[in-house]
Design a protein around this ligand. Structure first.
Ligand code: PRP
Length: 183
């Protein structure tokens, strides 16, 4: 695959960095209210959620603990392989904790479904899910996420953590990749 100029590979910008920041601020305020007086355990699902996670946590004013896990199911493809792998697990004891799983995108829902099932076996006080992007079109029975930033159509998006073959994550906005870049 030839990566030319990453910004020229983007068909159009779906969300600017200002739009992302504004929505993240709103989500941070909602979560601050929900966890007022509590100390949630914020879990970042690497690698895609890294950018959103750090911005979201900084928009929250509660005490918190953070940890990082890594999951993979796309393995460089544009569609989920259907098999989720927990590549790196959390080392924090989740019993009695308010666990918040933070994702960049939910598409098939398999990753969050898998993670919530695993974490619920660890006796947490609660498990809440947050995603920046929700690609829920035509998926009526899919996993229901508790908080989302934006609903998006079925387009292949990159930037602000989201990748194609591990490229484009550092774009400061979220854009739709030109089909010629992955077909
Ligand atoms: C992406 C994304 C989510 C998952 C969502 O991860 O970051 O974790 O896919 O898709 P789903 O709802 O269909 O399960 P990916 O496996 O590409 O790894 P990455 O975060 O390292 O890019």
């Amino acid at each position: 695959m030839l990566i030319r100029n990453e910004r020229k590979d983007v068909k159009y910008v779906m969300f600017t960095r200002e739009q992302i920041a504004a929505r993240t601020r709103e989500l941070g305020a909602e979560l601050s209210k929900k966890y007022a007086g509590k100390t949630p355990l914020m879990i970042c699902v690497l690698r895609g959620a890294a950018f959103f996670f750090t911005d979201l946590c900084r928009e929250m004013n509660t005490l918190m603990e953070i940890d990082f896990i890594a999951c993979s199911s796309y393995f460089g493809n544009t569609k989920s392989t259907g098999t989720v792998q927990l590549v790196k697990d959390s080392t924090v004891d989740m019993s009695g904790r308010d666990v918040v799983i933070v994702e960049d995108i939910i598409d098939s829902g398999l990753t969050l479904d898998y993670l919530v099932k695993i974490f619920k076996t660890r006796n947490p006080a609660s498990v809440t899910t947050v995603t920046l992007l929700d690609k829920d079109v035509d998926k009526p029975n899919r996993f229901h996420v508790d908080y989302y930033g934006f609903k998006i159509p079925d387009e292949f998006v990159v930037g602000y953590g989201l990748d194609y073959a591990d490229y484009y994550r550092n774009l400061p906005y979220i854009g739709v990749l030109k089909e010629e870049c992955y077909k």
